[in-house]
Design a protein around this ligand. Structure first.
Ligand SMILES: *Cc1c(COP(=O)(O)O)cnc(C)c1O
Length: 360
């Protein structure tokens, strides 16, 4: 078996221990005589799997009792519609546009009501997080929406925006479980799991209970109503069973690693190796304002498209996969999620040093 260092932005690297465990249980899940893929989502065995996954997530994030945890399908992108459909009581919401995912959510919200751009970093190709300490927030806004970690551009909010008492909704797809969060600061936290938690096909929504009501926009599909999903403990219809099972294993792995405070320290340490090199390199440089750097997604360039392409190609040959930047921005991007070992980042930096010498 030979595994590469996979720097993909998503679907992304998973802990080897988790993959191995899943492999061991593939044909016969703990004496059931069948795979988790093959069992009824209404069975006792599966009920344990999903309940334990939820409990482990609650433990990791210290999710208060007045928040529901939903395991849904449709990806993060479906939440771009579900959020306004469920929460736009006044049909007015504020969006902070810090990249493509925030922009897509903002545009989707316009289908359902008045979406206001409260701030944007489009003027400098989303290379920073705007100052959100004193935004002009209309009295009748239903919520303020952010994309907390910008997967494509590599920025992250270091402090949450001052919403002036309005509900905060956050897409945390690419920073989910990368560090501790204070759940009580949010009305809704959601994310696709394929970045930092599990296989594509699951989106996790953590939502304050009082926001789960029948008072949704007319025409909201039954499946997109949070109440439908909450009333049925994510089992209104067949959930993404196997994906949830893998997420559960990753939660257990995170607990074993020591929890989110430990992961945060590891992630800081890992990212520092790469950022320190980018800061001193004469060939490579980071593209993001230093204060706003993401611990998860690290974009960088040489400033020369041909050299970038050469780097990506040679890196791949050396066992460093998926370093090409997003198709919309070019350059390179190393996604260094929880499951990327420190050694992977160290080896990448060593490879970058060598490339720099050879191409000076
Ligand atoms: C990847 C990503 C999305 C899109 O996720 P899908 O599950 O493909 O819809 C949305 N938001 C962020 C921050 C992402 O990183």
């Amino acid at each position: 078996m030979s595994r590469v260092y996979n720097f993909s932005a998503g679907p992304a690297v998973l802990p080897e221990e988790v993959l191995q465990e899943a492999a061991d249980e593939m044909m016969d899940y703990r004496g059931c005589g069948m795979s988790v893929m093959e069992m009824s989502h209404r069975s006792k065995v599966y009920d344990n799997i999903i309940k334990e996954a939820e409990q482990d997530l609650r433990d990791l994030m210290k999710i208060p009792d007045n928040y529901k945890v939903l395991f849904l399908q449709g990806g993060a992108s479906q939440q771009f519609a579900a959020v306004p459909m469920n929460l736009m009581k006044n049909r007015k919401a504020g969006y902070i546009v810090t990249g493509q995912w925030a922009k897509k959510a903002y545009q989707e919200a316009k289908l359902y009501g008045e979406a206001i751009e409260l701030a944007s970093s489009a003027d400098k190709t989303f290379s920073y997080i705007p100052d959100c300490s004193d935004l002009d927030i209309p009295e009748d806004l239903d919520y303020v929406y952010i994309c907390e970690n910008n997967t494509i551009y590599g920025t992250k909010y270091q402090t949450l925006p001052n919403t002036k008492g309005k509900l905060l909704v956050a897409d945390v797809s690419s920073c989910f479980l990368s560090e501790p969060v204070d759940v009580t600061k949010y009305g809704v936290i959601y994310g696709g799991v394929q970045k930092n938690i599990g296989p594509a096909g699951v989106v996790i929504v953590i939502i304050r209970e009082d926001l789960i009501t029948d008072d949704v926009l007319p025409g909201t599909p039954t499946m997109l109503k949070y109440k439908t999903q909450a009333d049925n403990d994510s089992l209104y219809n067949t959930p993404p069973c196997y994906g949830i099972y893998i997420c559960g294993k990753v939660f257990k792995w995170l607990k074993k690693m020591g929890g989110l405070e430990v992961m945060k320290q590891r992630n800081i340490e890992k990212a520092k190796i790469l950022y320190d090199f980018l800061d001193e390199s004469k060939l490579f440089h980071g593209t993001v304002r230093k204060e706003d750097r993401s611990l998860m997604n690290v974009p960088f360039v040489t400033g020369n498209d041909e050299l970038d392409a050469k780097f990506v190609k040679e890196a791949k040959e050396a066992g460093f996969e998926n370093l090409k930047g997003h198709r919309s921005v070019g350059g390179m991007r190393a996604s260094i999620y929880n499951a990327m070992p420190k050694e992977g980042v160290e080896k990448l930096v060593a490879f970058m040093k060598k490339f720099e010498e050879e191409n000076a």
